[in-house]
Design a protein around this ligand. Structure first.
Ligand code: BGC
Length: 255
């Protein structure tokens, strides 16, 4: 197994890409801590599914936009499984507003969930890795929009652009401690965040036409890359982004 006994924390782990990461990591032998802020029932179901398949998982309710909650989340991993090996900053939201339409509240919410949480969760994880004297890995589920403008979704793009620079800079700062930080930049994925597009036949058609591989990604397409990056097969990768987008970024418009 590629992740035998590694302890992995996944923020926003009870749905979409996060849930796929939890399942894929557990199937490769990892012990998974599933962070959630809502839908305790979905978390319990996921924990049971993973355990039913012979894996190990536990849920922790934490609002990742609050540093105190982040510390409690990391502590749960250490108390439950004895250590921390991988943090996946996965939780994310978008509001689909332009610069002219954005309110301060919406902006703050997007930045808190996507960016501030990744910043302080990374800080907490890095401190834990250093205290353990072990190498560690921080993965950010970013987006093609860390680099590629999406008009009408500007706060999201700004937050993902921040994540891009978080990985670049923290990767350099933490490298001497043996800690790696890598972003994964998905394109369009079939998850709740994209439901308004994927449930609309016309919009979905336009979107798949813009993707060279002509399909929206499954969450497992992203989870497979997480498993690779967390395995011993990617130990020289840090301070960079892996794009997993079916080629969409080479097309013309973000949808
Ligand atoms: C956004 C989606 C968008 C996709 C491709 C994702 O990061 O969440 O709204 O469809 O990128 O543009």
């Amino acid at each position: 197994m590629l992740l035998s006994d590694k302890v992995i924390v996944v923020t926003g782990g009870n749905s979409g890409i996060g849930a796929a990461i939890c399942k894929a990591a557990a199937a490769e032998g990892a012990k998974v801590v599933i962070d959630y802020v809502a839908h305790e029932d979905a978390t319990e179901q996921l924990v049971n599914e993973i355990k039913g398949a012979g894996g190990e998982a536990t849920g922790v309710e934490a609002d990742i936009s609050k540093p105190d909650d982040l510390h409690r989340m990391m502590q749960t991993a250490v108390d439950t499984y004895g250590r921390l090996d991988v943090l996946v900053n996965n939780a994310g939201i978008e509001t689909r507003q332009s610069l002219l339409d954005s309110t301060e509240d919406d902006y703050d919410k997007v930045m808190a969930v996507n960016m501030k949480s990744a910043f302080f969760a990374s800080q907490a994880a890095a401190k834990q890795f250093i205290a353990q004297r072990t190498p560690g890995l921080i993965l950010n589920i970013s987006s093609v929009h860390e680099d590629w403008p999406m008009p009408g979704n500007i706060a999201y793009c700004v937050s993902k652009g921040g994540m891009r620079m978080l990985a670049r800079t923290a990767g350099v700062e933490l490298g001497p401690h043996g800690i790696r930080m890598v972003n994964i930049a998905p394109g369009a994925v079939d998850t709740p965040i994209n439901a308004s597009t994927t449930s609309n036949t016309e919009l979905l058609g336009k979107l798949t036409d813009a993707i060279p591989l002509h399909r929206v990604a499954e969450p497992s397409d992203i989870a497979d890359v997480v498993v690779f990056l967390a395995s011993g097969k990617a130990s020289y990768m840090t301070s960079t982004t892996v794009v997993v987008d079916g080629g969409i970024m080479q097309g013309s418009v973000g949808l």
